[in-house]
Each structure stands twice: as C-alpha cells, then as structure tokens.
Design a protein around this ligand. Structure first.
Ligand SMILES: C[S@@+](CC[C@H](N)C(=O)[O-])C[C@H]1O[C@@H](n2cnc3c(N)ncnc32)[C@H](O)[C@@H]1O
Length: 365
C-alpha cells in the first residue's frame, strides 16, 4: 500500500514561480523516487525546507500514517494534542471564533442555555471554556471515545474543580432518549472531520442530533474542504508554482502544514495536518467531504439555519510575545512582523478550518 508520505513525495518538488527561476535539479532512482534535490534559488530552497519538514512529520508522526483514523489513545497523543492546542492561532483565531459563536455572538451570552454537552471533548479544552462561559448552566458534560483524553480531562477537573462531568463514550453509541435528557447546546470541535464518507457523516450527524433538544443549537469545527479548491474545484490557495497535490506550506509559519490529496479530491481523500510540538509532530488525518455534504447531512439529521463561519482574529491581539508556533520558523521574514493582522492575513484569506452553527428544528423558534 502506498503511504501518504510516498503518495506525496513525487508532488512536493518545488517548482519555479517566475520565468527567471530555473527548475530545481532533481535526482531520481529507477522507481522514480527522489534521491536528491538541489534547489537553484533561495526561494526554492525555502520551499524545499518547508516541504521536507512536512514530509518528515508525515513519515514519523504518530496516529496518522497510512490514512487510518487518528487514534487519540495512542502513545502520548493526548499530551501532544494538548500542546498543539497552545499554538497561538488556536486561541487568537479558533477559540476566539468558536467561543464567540457558543456564547451567541460577540456582545453577550445566550439566554436559556442550561445544559451543555461537548462531544469529542478531547482533554476538555472547550468543555472548560464552555463551563466558564456559562457559569449558571446546571449540567456540563464532556464526552470522548479516547480513555487517555478523558483521563487528562478528569485530572484537570480534579486539580481545579469547575463542575464538569466527563464520560468515555462513542458519540454514535449513546444519546439521550428523551427530550429532557437532551442538551440546549451541543458542541463537537473537530469531530465530523473523521467521517470518511457521506454515509458515515449522515450517521454521525444523526447521532449528534440525538443529544440536542428541539430548538437547541449545535456548533462544530471542520477542516475547510475548500482549503485548496474553490466550489468549482479550482485550486485557490496553492501558491504559484506549487502543484495542487502539494503540502500547503503557507501555514508553516503558524506551526503546521496540511497536505491535500489531489486537484479533484474525492469523498474520503485524506487531508493530513502535521502540527509541530516539542514531543514531535502531531499528525492528524481528516477526510475530504464537500462542503454541501455537511449541510445536507445536518439537514437530514433535523438541523436548520445552517451557517458556515470562517475564523476571525481576536481584535484585541497585538504584538507577538512568546510564540511557540512561529519560533522554529524565524528564518521567515514574516516572523519579525509585530502586526498580528498582517501575520495572520494569509490564514484569514485561506481559512484552513471553518465553524458550522445550526439549530435543531422543532423548538418553535
Ligand atoms: C481533534 S480532537 C478534538 C478535541 C476537542 N474537541 C478540541 O477541539 O480540543 C478529536 C477528538 O475526537 C474524539 N473522537 C473521535 N471520534 C469519536 C467518537 N465517535 N466518539 C467520541 N469521540 C470521538 C477523539 O478521541 C479526539 O479526542
């Protein structure tokens, strides 16, 4: 079987972007594998360094090799994931956007949220934020299939109790049978991205809907299916000279890369995230499904008013300070920038992830 690393090796040779740049000198073996690449310009050398970083991660990382489902019970995965959550973009863009939506908008908290379930809660990153954002909620529950993740979440709750219950459970297996057992707000950051087919997505959305009261709300984060392609399938985020099957090195300055499968991604093709951590790369494999599939599956499951929200930058953020994510990339000129807006502009222009917000029908709202 061809591994992801092998599949992409042939496609990541940096290409000249301008007519005055020469092709890099590439030495191949008889099987067509790359033995050596001599970059002829500084820019090609930089591209090469970034793609090497990504390939090394894909080859050596845990949990994502070969396109199998990412296993969060794997050795050290939970700790790596917790560290990956400390990257600056996670708070300034991801958490900022997700929690604003959870609270019902930038200007205030949502009235009538008494019960909250955080599905695929991991080590409880958002469960704790939700608990703190809704201090009057009567029930806050975190659910995850990975024992190691729930153990970390419980440990944090034990050290600093805030009133969250954590349960090891497959989202697809159990849900409230009656409306009073269901929740006003259900969240599931980065859960639907593990569905490899529309059929699996339908099943997952149906399971999620079982946790939500009629009129309740569901909020999730997905890998942006259009990260590399627009709705017509045209590559939009690929740098001039990169091939469509490339590692998207544009995100390397934020501490991660994403490898996209092909010019015309098919249902279930892997989108491979490689996130830098001090314990080695965290490799997470998500699967491509078109944006319309998310909308249709949620509708089928009984949700309505479905909205996609790209990440926004916290307007209060300024300067750099200590930034784990960019320090390994200090050779990049952007790393000297003290302007967050400028630094994150590429992230905002080409969002690698999106939030989805929707409401369970039948609440009379
Ligand atoms: C990328 S992590 C996200 C964790 C957390 N939501 C966050 O944003 O920090 C994905 C989590 O989904 C969990 N997961 C995947 N499939 C699941 C399922 N069927 N039921 C429950 N949890 C699941 C994994 O164990 C993992 O902890």
């Amino acid at each position: 079987m061809t591994t992801i690393a092998e599949k992409h090796l042939r496609s990541v040779i940096p290409k000249p972007r301008d007519s005055d740049e020469e092709d890099p000198k590439v030495e191949l073996n008889e099987e067509g594998e790359v033995l050596n690449i001599e970059a002829v310009t500084e820019r090609l050398a930089t591209d090469l360094k970034l793609t090497e970083f990504a390939l090394k991660d894909i080859g050596e990382g845990e949990g994502g090799e070969g396109g199998d489902r990412t296993d969060y019970d794997g050795d050290g995965m939970a700790k790596k994931y917790a560290e990956a959550k400390t990257h600056e973009w996670r708070s300034l863009l991801e958490s900022y956007t997700f929690m604003n939506l959870a609270k019902g908008g930038k200007d205030g908290s949502l009235i009538g949220v008494n019960t909250i379930v955080d599905l695929a809660c991991g080590e409880g990153h958002y469960t704790r934020s939700l608990r703190n954002a809704f201090p009057r909620a009567t029930r806050v529950v975190g659910v995850d299939i990975a024992e190691e993740m729930i153990a970390m979440a419980k440990e944090k709750e034990k050290n600093k109790p805030i009133g969250v219950k954590y349960i090891v459970q497959d989202v697809k297996e159990e849900a409230g049978a009656k409306d009073e057992e269901r929740f006003d707000l259900a969240t599931a950051a980065w859960l639907l991205v593990y569905c490899k087919s529309v059929a699996e997505l339908n099943e997952m959305c149906k399971a999620v809907a079982n946790y939500v009261k009629p009129g309740g709300r569901f909020l999730t984060i997905i890998t942006n299916p259009q990260m590399a392609f627009d709705s017509e399938g045209t590559p939009t985020t690929v740098l001039p000279g990169e091939t469509q099957t490339n590692v998207l090195s544009r995100y390397a300055k934020y501490g991660f890369t994403v490898t996209v499968p092909s010019e015309t991604p098919q249902e279930g093709d892997p989108f491979t995230w490689s996130i830098k951590t001090s314990k080695g790369p965290l490799v997470i494999v998500n699967y491509y499904l078109p944006r319309c599939a998310y909308k249709e599956s949620l509708e089928k499951a009984g949700f309505e008013k479905i909205k996609f929200h790209p990440f926004e930058l916290d307007p209060k953020s300024e300067g750099f300070g200590k930034n784990f994510a960019i320090s390994p990339f200090s050779h990049l000129e952007d790393a000297d920038s003290n302007d967050k807006k400028e630094f994150y502009q590429e992230f905002l222009d080409y969002p690698p992830a999106l939030c989805i917000e929707c409401w369970k029908s039948g609440g009379g709202k």
